[in-house]
Design a protein around this ligand. Structure first.
Ligand code: SF4
Length: 298
């Protein structure tokens, strides 16, 4: 049986499974995009041709723009999708699962001219069938793949819940163990104030927006751990997530969380509230500057 999945590992060490899109959905997406592009050129022509030769110039400019630049613009700014790809639930990604950018999008779109030869993407089709990732020449040159978009989880209804203390508070020995571990292995440690939080010696609200996570499905909301909803744009993500709710840690899934990505930013947010915290952080900074080899990994 043909295996149409591809596994990629993100820089965070998370393995993602991408489902490769074959020639059929890509051909349908291309046909829809072609109809849209033709519609735009026809609309421009119906107005521009009334201006004689200058109008022809406008038509040629519009033709160049919609044929070569518009698909690349969509793929760069619309999560790797043109309107046709969106309609058929497929998207372009870089080989490593990251979003495609201008150089990759332009390369794969400009090479459509070669893939199209001798007629109706003959070379592109043969090339796609000769490699297990269904890449046409443009994809091979740009280092991109076309995949099915993963289904996005629907937004959940937030449960009403009051904050509760973790059911297993750390004993004094356990708190010491966390701090001693950090002292012995400074490369895996974080700021001293975060470590005090991790050891249960102080509390913080969460700051999930301080370290947001972007995935092949879009911005993961609300945080690195919880993917209740994925957003296509930063604007949608930042405007839609109920940050006050997640900062308060009322959600049951937050009660025992000590996640670095949520609470290290809280250290910075809350730093100005205590002079002794400022001194602690300044001493830590000076110590790590003096011993750069022991500086915690970024
Ligand atoms: S407390 Fe943890 S799970 Fe809850 S929003 Fe913050 S980082 Fe995410």
């Amino acid at each position: 049986m043909l295996d149409t999945t591809r596994k990629v590992a993100t820089p965070e060490g998370i393995e993602l499974t991408l489902r490769l899109a074959g020639p059929a959905p890509r051909a349908m997406a291309w046909a829809l995009d072609l109809a849209i592009r033709a519609g735009i050129v026809l609309a421009v022509s119906s107005v521009a041709l009334q201006f004689g030769r200058a109008g022809w110039g406008l038509v040629l400019l519009a033709l160049f723009f919609v044929e070569w630049l518009l698909p690349a613009w969509f793929e760069t700014n619309w999560n790797g999708q043109t309107p046709g790809k969106r309609a058929f639930g497929i998207a372009v990604l870089n080989d490593d699962g990251t979003p495609v950018r201008w150089p990759g999008a332009l390369t794969r779109n400009l090479l459509r001219a070669v893939d199209f030869l001798p007629v109706l993407y003959g070379i592109g089709l043969v090339t796609m069938l000769c490699n297990r990732d269904f890449k046409r020449l443009g994809d091979l040159a740009a280092g991109t793949v076309v995949v099915y978009q993963a289904e996005k989880p629907s937004q959940r209804v937030f449960p009403e819940a009051a904050p509760v203390a973790p059911p297993f508070p750390l004993s004094l020995e356990e708190q010491r163990a966390v701090l001693e571990l950090a002292e012995r292995y400074p490369k895996i440690s974080s700021t001293p104030l975060f470590l005090q939080f991790a050891a249960g010696k102080r509390d913080y609200p969460c700051t999930p927006w301080g370290n947001p996570t972007f995935t092949p499905n879009g911005w993961k909301g609300p945080c690195y751990l919880i993917g209740d909803k994925y957003y296509g744009t930063w604007k949608e993500f930042f405007g839609d997530v109920d940050w006050a709710y997640w900062e308060s840690r009322r959600d049951p899934r937050c009660h025992n969380c000590k996640m670095h990505s949520g609470f290290e930013p809280s250290v910075v947010r809350k730093l100005g509230e205590s002079l002794s915290d400022v001194v602690t952080m300044a001493r830590w900074q000076l110590k790590t500057v003096r011993s750069p080899r022991q500086r915690p990994a970024a």
